[in-house]
Design a protein around this ligand. Structure first.
Ligand code: GAL
Length: 390
């Protein structure tokens, strides 16, 4: 399939960062929660840390189109409509995202855009929308028309709408979108929905990227990381593989689990879209989400992900991932066990071209050291240490 974009569009030159309503609110959000989220993005420092998209997932739209067939906001929960909301967010330095579907209905049975692509893309442009998350439910059409066709029709409509709109393809990894999603979207999902669980699945039976029964929802953090072992090679600047919204600060993950979750999403160059209720985050969680050095891995201009280093990892026990940055490189060491373990990793064995001495800094502790070309540490249960090398 030919690429629609020949070079990385400036919109997606680094993975997108923001907030999405789904993990916390499901479809139950409204104008006042959205205004609260917008002001919290600013007062918490999250906006300054880079989280600028405020994305309204399922729930913003009405159950019916207008009498003349246009998409409209939910008349009860968003009575003022979308344009005033977009204007207000823009005045605050934020950007507005909305959710839609490539079938006749969204997953929540609101109108999808199948057959209405051009009209709906024009509505988004007129309202001043900056981001469009496009889902894969929709019934009949979802089964009879290939996702490439459905998602591409909307890509073209957005491009013709006269406004630059970030296009986030949400196809759950069903038809292996790492082989085609990059030619269509600025980002594309590679798995069923994430759940607020580090290790236990509530659905998501597939443990590998090419397994056919991907499940639709309920994937744990570690299961999504596992799939990236096979497909991180497809990660590409401007067309990001999307590991789904962050569950950092949702559920009851320990601080080490939350750090691991965030470090992998950042270093694998996934979009960083917060799913937690930012109005009530603990200080510890906020610090994780705002960690400048971890975010810098994600936003590194080179745009290359880390890869799993099989030779120095130990199945079910220690995972080592490594990759290049514009300046230097990064190594993640993850203790997959529920108890502490001592690890020793020789930095020369990671394919990073390291020969002699290196300078290293562990990003969560902020501790730097020089000369030693190996890492020896005790890792706590489910902890990931992140070493930036130069
Ligand atoms: C799913 C999608 C989720 C969320 C949900 C809303 O298909 O993967 O991220 O958007 O629909 O119904």
């Amino acid at each position: 399939m030919s690429r629609l974009h020949t070079s990385a569009p400036p919109l997606a030159s680094t993975p997108q960062m923001g907030f999405n309503t789904w993990n916390t609110f499901k479809a139950n959000h409204n104008e006042s929660t959205t205004h609260e989220i917008a002001s919290t993005l600013i007062s918490s420092g999250l906006k300054d840390a880079g989280y600028t998209y405020l994305i309204l997932d399922e729930g913003w739209s009405d159950y019916t189109r207008t009498a003349s067939g246009f998409l409209q906001s939910n008349q009860t929960t968003y009575p003022s409509g979308i344009k005033p909301l977009a204007d207000r967010l823009h005045r605050l330095g934020l950007k507005l995202g909305l959710y839609g579907d490539s079938g006749i209905l969204t997953c929540g049975f609101r109108p999808g855009s199948w057959g209405y692509e051009e009209r709906d893309a024009n509505s988004l442009a007129e309202w001043g929308v900056d981001y469009w998350k496009y889902d894969n439910c929709g019934g009949f059409q979802a089964m009879t028309h290939a996702p490439q066709e459905r998602f591409n029709t909307m890509a073209r409509a957005l491009m013709d709408s006269g406004r630059e709109i970030f296009y986030s393809v949400c196809e759950w990894g069903f038809q292996f979108p790492w082989h085609w999603g990059g030619g269509i979207g600025h980002s594309y999902r590679m798995s069923g929905d994430i759940t607020a669980s580090f290790i236990n699945e509530t659905g998501c039976p597939c443990k590998t990227a090419y397994c056919l029964n991907t499940g639709y929802a309920g994937c744990s953090v570690t299961s999504i990381i596992r799939k990236m072992r096979e497909i991180s090679v497809y990660q590409e600047k401007g067309h990001w593989l999307d590991m789904d919204m962050l569950e950092v600060g949702v559920g009851d993950m320990t601080v080490y689990m939350q750090q691991t979750h965030f470090a992998f999403w950042a270093a694998l160059k996934s979009p960083l879209i917060i799913g937690a209720d930012i109005r009530s985050l603990s200080e510890e969680t906020l610090e994780i989400l705002k960690n400048k050095e971890i975010i810098a891995l994600n936003q590194d201009p080179l745009g290359l992900p880390v890869h799993y280093v099989e030779g120095v990892s130990e199945e079910g026990s220690i995972q080592v991932w490594a990759g290049k940055l514009e300046k230097g490189s990064v190594v993640l060491v993850f203790n997959e066990k529920s108890y502490p373990q001592d690890v020793s990793v020789s930095l020369k064995d990671l394919g990073l071209g390291i020969r002699g001495k290196v300078r290293a800094r562990e990003l969560w502790s902020g501790k730097s050291w020089g000369s030693n070309a190996s890492v020896e540490r005790t890792l706590q249960a489910y902890q990931t240490l992140v070493f930036r090398l130069s």
